[in-house]
Design a protein around this ligand. Structure first.
Ligand code: FES
Ligand code: FES
Length: 179
């Protein structure tokens, strides 16, 4: 089948991709070097492949790349503010919410989406949100603590969750080791 030319915005930067109609968003993002998007079950169960599409978490293994045309995508590469981790990333590190790290990009992005709509979530809301991402390492307690700490840190700093990455962010290189 013929290929399609689509335009998307990834982490604040406009991109033009050529995709086949059956290409999954997960595959195309990783092909383009966004290796923070993790490949897990590929059946919509584990949540490791989550990215934000117009600010909402989506399992990228369940979305065709062509469906992303005209949308704003955020991957974990777009979360940090230049060389500085954002509050959510820092809290995951500080609270031991990262172990093997495979689920972490998805947890970070889902947290950003949660805090954007609910800046001071209850623990129940946090657990509900994190339940969409399988984690085999942490037992969830530390990620829950990290999300609550990030929310508190943002509240005390008077900063809302960032709406998206800074436009100056660069796309990652397409070569080198990947997981
Ligand atoms: S890889 Fe997409 S939900 Fe598991
Ligand atoms: S930290 Fe290893 S799967 Fe979550």
């Amino acid at each position: 089948m013929s290929e399609l030319a689509i335009r998307v915005t990834v982490n604040g930067e406009p991109r033009r991709w050529t995709v086949a109609p059956g290409d999954l968003l997960l595959e195309v993002l990783r092909r383009e070097g966004y290796w923070g998007v993790k490949k897990g079950c590929e059946t919509g169960e584990c949540g490791a492949c989550a990215v934000l599409v117009d600010g909402r978490p989506v399992n990228s293994c369940l979305m065709f790349a062509a469906q992303a045309a005209g949308r704003k995508l955020t991957t974990v590469e777009g979360v940090a503010q230049r060389d500085r981790l954002d509050a959510v990333q820092a809290a995951f590190l500080d609270h031991g919410g990262v172990q093997c790290g495979y689920c972490t990009p998805a947890m970070i992005l889902c947290t950003e989406a949660l805090l954007a709509r609910s800046p001071r979530p209850s623990e129940a809301e946090v657990r509900e949100m994190l339940s969409g991402v399988f984690c085999r390492c942490t037992g969830y307690q530390k990620p829950v603590e990290a999300v609550l700490a990030a929310a508190a840190a943002r509240a005390s700093a008077g900063t809302a969750a960032p709406a998206g990455p800074s436009p100056a962010r660069r796309a990652p290189a397409k070569r080198g080791a990947r997981r």
